[in-house]
Every structure is written in C-alpha cells, then in structure tokens.
Design a protein around this ligand. Sequence first.
Ligand code: AKG
Ligand code: FE2
Length: 364
Amino acid sequence: MSDFPDLPPFPDDVPTVPLLVIDYQLIKDGDQGETDKLWEAATKLGFWYLKNHGLDDEAERMFQMGAETMALPLEEKLRFEQGDTGKSFGYKAQGANAVDESGQRDSVEFINVAADDARAFPGVAHRTYPRPVHARMADTVVPWTRGAAAVNAAVLAVFDARLGLAPGTLAARHDPAQHSGSESRVIRKPPTPEMRPEQAALGAHTDFGSLSFLVNRLGGLQVYPPGADGWCYVKPLPGHAICNIGDALALFSGGILRSNLHRVVAPPGAQAAYTRWSLVFFTRPADGVPLRALAEHSSKIAAAVAAAPDPARWASRETAGEWYARRTRNQRVNNRTGPETWRASRGTEHVDDTVGAGVVGVAA
Ligand SMILES: O=C(O)CCC(=O)C(=O)O
Ligand SMILES: [Fe+2]
C-alpha cells in the first residue's frame, strides 16, 4: 500500500534517514519534551518532520497553482525567467542551474514567488509572475505564505530561548516590513529515464536562508547525515512537512544549529516513472542583515564560536541579501566560466568537517 493514493509506494530497500517527528501543536503550546526534541533535531541533523502544522489544504492549492503554471507554453514561462543577476523570484527553466563543479545542468523547473510580493498583493514588491500565480495569489499564495511564515516564526522563537538570545532577537532579523529573499517554490521534475540513479536533479547544497518548510509526495530528497558514508533518502509521509535549518541560522548561532547538505535525485524504484512535485517555503533574513554569529547577544553562541576550530567561519562579510544573490547568480549556467563559478555559489557546505569533499560537488 502506498502512503499516497495514485502513486507507487516508496521502496523499502533504499537507505533512509529516520527524521525525528515534531508535533507543531505541542511546540505552540510550549511543551518541554517537544521543544527538547526539536532542539535535538535542529542541532544534530538540522532536518525533522513536522506534523499538525495545519497547512495541508494550503499546500494542495499551491501544487495546483504550480501545475497550472508549469503547463504554460515554455515561451510564456520564459517571459518570467528569474534571469542571471542573482534574483531567484520568478520562473527558473530546467537546466538553467549547474548541479556541480563540472557545470552539469539541473533537471528541475521552479516557480518562485517572493513572500514580499504575496504580502504586497495586489501591489507589487519585486516583480510580476505568470498568470496562474496572479489568479491564485489571494486564495492560494497569500494564505500559504502567511501560514508557512507563521510556522517558521514559531520555530525561530523556540531557537531564541535555546540559544540564550533575548525573546524576539531572531524575529527582528526577519522583519516582514523589510524586503527579504523569503519565497515560496514549486518544483517540477519530469521523469528522466536517461538519468543515473546517483545523478543529481538538484545539486548538493545547504539552504541559503534560515528555515525551510518542505512538502513532498515522491521520494528523491536525500540528506548526507554527519559522519555517514553515503546519501540517505527522506521518505515523504502524508501530513508531515520536512523542515530544515539553512545557512543563515547556522551562521547566527555560531554553528550550534546545523545547516545540513542535501540534494534531489530521481525518485527511487517504481516512483521514477512519475513527475515529482515539491513545495517549499523558505524563510530568509531581511536583505540588510549581516550574516555572522550573534556572539555579543548570547554567551552560549560566544562560547560556540570560541570553541570552533576556525572561528572566522561563523563570520561572513556579507549581508543576507548579498549572500543569497551571490549563491543564486553563481549557480546559473549562463554565468559559468569554470569550476570557480560553482565554488563561488557555495554557502556553508565546505565548513562541514564530517562530509567528504567529493559529495559537495567539488572534486577532492
Ligand atoms: O524538492 C525537494 O525535496 C528539496 C528541494 C530543495 O532542497 C530546495 O529547493 O532547496
Ligand atoms: Fe534545499
């Protein structure tokens, strides 16, 4: 029996990583045992399942919006392409990004909608989108954006307390009144019979922002757990979002919170014959926020930085906006001059001592 009607079951003979299951309602209620579990997930692997988040209907409508958008003729979608300047809002055509140092192309298309544009609707904060996005902005994109942003904000509030930060310290760096790279993304990956099972559809990366809230039905997402000797699938479960920490929180926390390497490959087993749809909401800091450890706000973070083998690694010289633009721009195949372009797209992938150089997409 498949967990998802109409789709073949996730195979039981592939390596999977057993994420901790966090109950969002218990987190909202301040349940001590549940926040302990969230803290363990956020610091050890940086990935967890989140149940009782209440966004199943909103996610379903976002998948419909994504399907309508991707069904448009390619030339219509290309009118809204994100371009090569380092902005990710808009459409990303299949093959526009590299997946590794050699410049191999990705095999997914995205529609990315800025949280700022959802908030500004019917006004425009950054840009306009294909017709199905606008048609569904009020009844689909706005409720989804609001709901996913609220879930992520509640998780950030837990991290304030656990990191020894004053209440609201992280929220102040994610002020919705300021522009940010926060965005919703629907991803479509068509069946790719020509792809090897190990070939990345979306290259190995850490997420650029603070928190990602992900909804999947088919497998294909893989995580490289610390100390492991290979990639492990994350099995999609009905009603469970997959949540993870991004680079900004790793940097703010001096590495206490873990931004873990992950990638997307073709769905495993019989699932490979199906189109894979995936939905993410990325919470990212406001563009002007400097990305560095909040050591002066927390003795716990100061101690983590002091104990790091290379304390400088938790002090980027970039703002959140610069970090996101650099990473986005240098993934674009159009901007590629050589392996150095891929390297320039990297975030915290290379500061991970527990993962071999080969798996981050750079020849050792
Ligand atoms: O599609 C997925 O399961 C993951 C997507 C992802 O990692 C991303 O868009 O950053
Ligand atoms: Fe990701």
